[in-house]
Write a protein that binds this ligand. Structure first.
Ligand SMILES: [Zn+2]
Length: 344
């Protein structure tokens, strides 16, 4: 058959495809699109220029490098983290101090993929006054700059910053104070990706979220020309897709990283801030639409269980990563792991 013959030619010329054993849906999809281009070129006898792109794409995916670090820990009210869940339950898992506060981590991921270096979330930053920081209870962690340096990166190496959302603990590190009075991009060569719906919420905040959206973290991204608004779900860099969720806050981006070894890592952000939030009823009081959060979690957990996704918890100071399993009470976290063991 003509089509098959063309396909055979394709595999014959480009047998690296089978050698790479690419099993990821996103990658196969791209190969398929370019295979179609090859068929078209066969007809027209034109040079199959698109094939060159295929080669680069596959090579770059094969070189993906992903690393994690913890910017810092900070304290939040345990009741606010678990909403309607009684303290007697959550306190067994995340014991509170005498002020009812529990520690949260603030982890980030750095991903080298193709010619891009992508940083996911930037922590709290350092622009606010002493009074502000006296309420955050920050301690430990590597810091944003020194954490990146420890992994071998300079700020100007970063090509893309994905801000999952614009609550101050997720985006404050992307902008710094600059003399005499103003702001600068901490990652001067990066595009700063933000959900469009999130951006619109942040610049015109509702009463619930107003204290979490700090203008000095947000407006300079646009004023300094770095802002890229994401309207649709899909691939944002080779092997990295973003999904959009609206229950915690409108237009939250949840990055999903497809590793060359076939594993899939979900940067769980504030959709699943800790492994305890896998439970559908364990949600934060901060969520603007709790019922939407529960529905979004339910749908995504089924997909994640079916496809053996690994969850990377940004805020869980005890558990860095987990897989999922089905229990008689619903889907729960299983195999709590450190990041490097989870992805290897
Ligand atoms: Zn949040």
């Amino acid at each position: 058959m003509f089509t098959l013959r063309v396909m055979e030619n394709f595999y014959c010329h480009f047998n690296f495809f089978s050698n790479h054993k690419l099993r990821l849906f996103g990658i196969r999809f791209n190969i398929f699109v370019l295979l179609f281009s090859r068929i078209k070129n066969y007809h027209t006898k034109r040079e199959p220029l698109q094939i060159i792109f295929v080669t680069n794409f596959v090579t770059n995916i094969g070189k993906m490098k992903i690393q994690s670090f913890n910017i810092c820990n900070f304290l939040v009210d345990g009741g606010a983290m678990f909403g309607v869940v009684p303290k007697i339950l959550w306190n067994r898992v995340y014991p509170a101090d005498e002020n009812n506060m529990i520690p949260l981590a603030l982890r980030s991921l750095v991903i080298e993929t193709g010619n891009r270096i992508v940083l996911i979330d930037t922590g709290i930053g350092d622009k606010q006054d002493e009074k502000f920081f006296s309420h955050t209870g920050m301690f430990g962690g590597e810091g944003l700059m020194s954490g990146l340096k420890n992994l071998g990166y300079k700020p100007e190496d970063i090509t893309d910053v994905i801000h999952t959302h614009l609550h101050y603990d997720h985006c404050g590190g992307g902008i710094a104070n600059a003399n005499p009075s103003g702001f600068r991009l901490v990652f001067p060569k990066a595009k700063y990706h933000v959900g469009k719906a999130q951006w619109e919420s942040a610049i015109n905040p509702n009463v619930r979220e107003a204290d979490s959206f700090l203008p000095e973290n947000i407006l300079p991204m646009r004023e300094l020309g770095a802002l890229n608004l994401i309207e649709k779900e899909g691939e944002i860099a080779p092997g990295i897709e973003v999904r959009i969720f609206n229950g915690h806050t409108k237009g939250q981006l949840v990055p999903i990283v497809h590793l060359p070894n076939g594993k899939t890592v979900v940067f769980a952000a504030d959709l699943f801030p800790t492994s305890a939030h896998i439970h559908l009823a364990w949600n934060m009081s901060y969520d603007v639409e709790p019922l939407i959060t529960m529905k979004e979690k339910e749908v995504f957990l089924n997909e994640a269980l079916e496809n053996s996704y690994i969850f990377f918890y940004q805020h869980d100071h005890i558990t860095e990563c987990s897989t999922l399993h089905q229990t008689p009470k619903g889907i729960r976290a299983k195999d709590k792991l450190m990041f490097n063991e989870a992805i290897s």
